[in-house]
Every structure is written in C-alpha cells, then in structure tokens.
Design a binder for this molecule. Structure first.
Ligand code: S3P
Length: 432
C-alpha cells in the first residue's frame, strides 16, 4: 500500500479498536471461570480471533450476539483436549499466555504459529515454567511447542526478563496448581492479567515496593465470571496521536482510551517532547483507568529517554521514532534490546526504514539516536516491514508527512487494527 503526504492535516475522532492485551485476557480468563461473561468492545483482529478460536477448539462455548461476545465458562478444569494443533498466527501474547495455561491441564497440546511467530523465542516462557515442573518441548527454542499436561508444583520465581507475557503465562499456570506460587518482578510490566484475576476472585495478593512487585497466588480457587467492557487501545491510538503531532493543521480527539500507568509511557514521553496532549474525563472501568485524549499539531523537541521508559511503552518505539524525526533537536532512546524480539527485529527495521526515508540515525548498544532535519530526501520509498503491523502503521504515518512511501506486506495491520486504513483516510490521510 502507498502512504502519501497530505496538506490539510489529520482531523477528527478516529474509531480506535478495543485494547489488544485486554481482549486476549477477556477471552482467556472467562473461559476458565464459572458463569457467563458478556464482553463489550472486544478487538476483533486476527491475533485476538486466534485466541478465541483456541478456546472454542478446547470446548468453550463462545457466541457472538449483536456487538457482544458471550463466553460460557465452566471452571478451571473444564477445558478439553483440542482435536488439532492450536494455531496462533502472529500472536506472541496468545502463545506465551496459552503455554502457561496449557502446561497445567490434564491433556497434551501442540502450539503452532505463522513464519514470524515461529522465529520468536519461547524458552523465555518454557524455562520459568519448567521450574514449576512443566513439560514443554520447544523446536530449537521456538514454535511448534509440544506441551505435556502436568500437575505443576508451586514455587517462587523471579522474572529474569521483564515481560507481561511471561508473568501472565506463569500466573495462568499457577491458577491450577496447588499451593502458593510467588512471582517477583523487578521492572514494571503491564498488569492487566493480575488486575482481571483479582476482579474474577482469584486468591491473589500483590505487594509493591520501590524496587519490586511480588505477586502471590494460591492455586485451585475457582474464578467467578464478570462482564467486561474493553477500553480502546492506547497502542493503536499512538499512530493517530503522532499523525496529528507531525502534520500541520491537525487536531484529533480519541475516546475511551486505556490509560493504564503500566502502559502509558508514550504519553509521558511525548509530553516531555513538548506535545500538546490533554487527557480528559479520566475514569475507571473494570479496574482499568481510561480517558479521552486531545492532540494538536506541535513543534516537538528531541529528548533523552532512559530504559525505564522502555518498560512502559515497548510497543510504541516505532511510532515514537517517527515523531522524533520531526523534532527540532536530536533524541536518544535507551535500552531497547527487547525491541529485537517482537513481531520483527523492530530496532533494525526502525533504523533501515528511517534511513531510507532520509533520516540520519544510528543504534549503539541498543540505544537509538535520531538526528532530525528540516527536510528529508527519500532514498528508497519501499518500507520493509517483515510482516510487522506496528512497523507498517508507523511508516504509513511517516508517509502522511513525507510520502509517498510504499508499505510492503501491509496485510499484517489486520493482526491488531483491521480498520486502520479506513480511519486514517477518513481523518485526512492518503493511504491506498
Ligand atoms: C503484551 C506484552 C508485551 C507487548 C505485547 C503485548 C501483553 O510483550 O510487547 O505487544 O499483552 O502481555 P512482553 O510482555 O513480552 O514485553
């Protein structure tokens, strides 16, 4: 697809879809709870539909009525062995979370995925689970995974890699494990799983200090279902926030956006850069903070962000790098090693594609340096995405300012934001 430069700016209120992380959990947790859960505003993107189909294949009744999804949960031990391998497409979140859950079931299962997911590291989840006596065989460290259902043993685990996917996989494994499992994290990761488990009545206790967070969970307690209203996704909003910031004559308002403090590093980073962003109507739904976000075109300053920002906005660096390319001074974003093991090697693709767009930038010791200039001469307008949705959307936004850019393999956008193109064009973009 081609993303072309625009003159009139990006204006209006884009329809941002439901939060991807919360949508996955909204299927997984009610599927193993007792009772009926009505989910409003579930993200119906490819990644989430893979999670949904996985639970259908394990015998969970899941219906779609009007705009709602209804899940009929029958408790912790109600899942049935699927007839086929569980195929999870591009979705790392589904893979890590389900590995934890499946390792504590009474049946064996196999998880597979697409080309990109099959390259991603899975020992980061199978190794900590093996401390609980999980029996997981990887294929050279990646998918396919063969999981032998087992009675797990509760224990104490320190999260060596800061990852909500690993933490959540362990939490889901411990739900079905007798005794107290204790998980300690030393860096902040998104907390949607523990928040939802608490709301569903899990025997969970969370203690935070300045240096760590300890989650204790006593397995075996049945969960009770609740209805869920999924907030809209801040990570998907990020593309529209930056499109308004970098294009003259722009003003957007985004509604009902998830403003969870373990996720909203991008807002703080952009404000630090001088962005005109207002968070309005802050409120709480399903124990998650949400708000409306108003953004106006702004002349940004460069900034130096430490690795603590990476913990709070790891998915947003591709689009932040685009924003930084239009600042009036250089930026340094530090500690981006985890970016290399996302849907693609994002650190490499940010660099390659920014350079192709004419931006002077470099990576040293996993720190990204961006030296913006007044005007860019595109060297190669074909954007390499390696089927990564966030790289594709970030450079579609770059195209609104300097296009035309050709975004290769843009079908990946369907993994998280199927209506992205229509929404961008509705607000004044030129992506065809
Ligand atoms: C996610 C956690 C993050 C994030 C991913 C979604 C989740 O991964 O990058 O897009 O829903 O738990 P890590 O936890 O591995 O950092």
């Amino acid at each position: 697809m081609i993303s072309n430069a625009i003159k009139e700016g990006i204006n209006g209120t884009p329809n941002i879809p439901g939060d991807k992380s919360i949508s996955h959990r909204s299927i997984i947790i009610p599927s193993i709870s007792n009772g009926i859960c009505e989910i409003n505003n579930l993200l119906k993107s490819e990644d989430v539909l893979h999670t949904l189909n996985a639970f259908r294949s394990m015998g969970v009744k899941i219906l779609e009525e009007d705009s709602k999804i209804i899940i009929y949960g029958k408790g912790l031990n109600s899942l049935k062995q699927p007839k086929d391998d569980i195929y999870l497409g591009n979705s790392g979140t589904s893979a890590r979370l389900l590995t934890g859950l499946l390792s504590s079931q009474k049946f064996n299962s196999i998880i597979t995925g697409d080309k990109s997911l099959s390259k991603r590291p899975m020992e980061r989840i199978s190794n900590p689970l093996s401390k609980m006596n999980a029996k997981i065989q990887t294929t050279n460290g990646s998918l396919p995974l063969k999981i032998k259902g087992n009675n797990l043993i509760s224990c104490e685990i320190d999260l060596e890699i800061p990852s909500a996917q690993i933490k959540s996989g362990l939490l889901l494994a411990s739900l079905n494990t007798k005794g107290e499992t204790r998980i300690t994290e030393y860096k902040v990761t998104r907390d949607h799983t523990e928040t939802m488990l608490k709301a569903f009545g899990a025997d969970i206790e969370i203690k935070k200090t300045d240096i760590k967070k300890v989650i204790k969970i006593n397995g075996g307690k049945e969960l009770k279902s609740k209805n869920i209203d999924v907030p809209n996704d801040l990570s998907s909003s990020a593309f529209f926030i930056v499109s308004a910031l970098i294009n003259h004559n722009s003003h957007v308002v985004l509604k009902k956006i998830n403003n969870n403090p373990t996720r909203n590093g991008l807002i703080n980073a952009l404000k630090k850069m001088g962005a005109k962003i207002s968070l309005l109507n802050k409120r709480i739904t399903n124990d998650e903070e949400i708000c409306d976000i108003e953004v106006t075109y702004s002349k940004l300053n460069g900034c130096d962000l430490g690795p603590e920002f990476a913990d709070l906005m790891i998915d947003e660096y591709p689009i932040l790098a685009v924003a930084a390319s239009f600042a009036n001074s250089p930026s340094i974003f530090r500690g981006l090693n985890e970016l290399k093991v996302k849907e693609s090697d994002r650190l490499k693709l940010i660099l390659v594609n920014l350079k192709n767009c004419g931006v002077n930038c470099k990576v040293e010791n996993n720190d990204l340096y961006i030296y913006p200039s007044e005007k860019y001469e595109i060297k190669n307008n074909v954007i390499q995405t390696d089927f990564d949705h966030r790289i594709a959307m970030s450079f579609a936004i770059m195209g609104t300012r300097i296009g035309p850019l050709e975004i290769s393999e843009s079908g990946s956008i369907n993994t998280s934001f199927p209506t992205f193109k229509d929404e961008l064009n509705r607000l004044g973009g030129n992506f065809f």
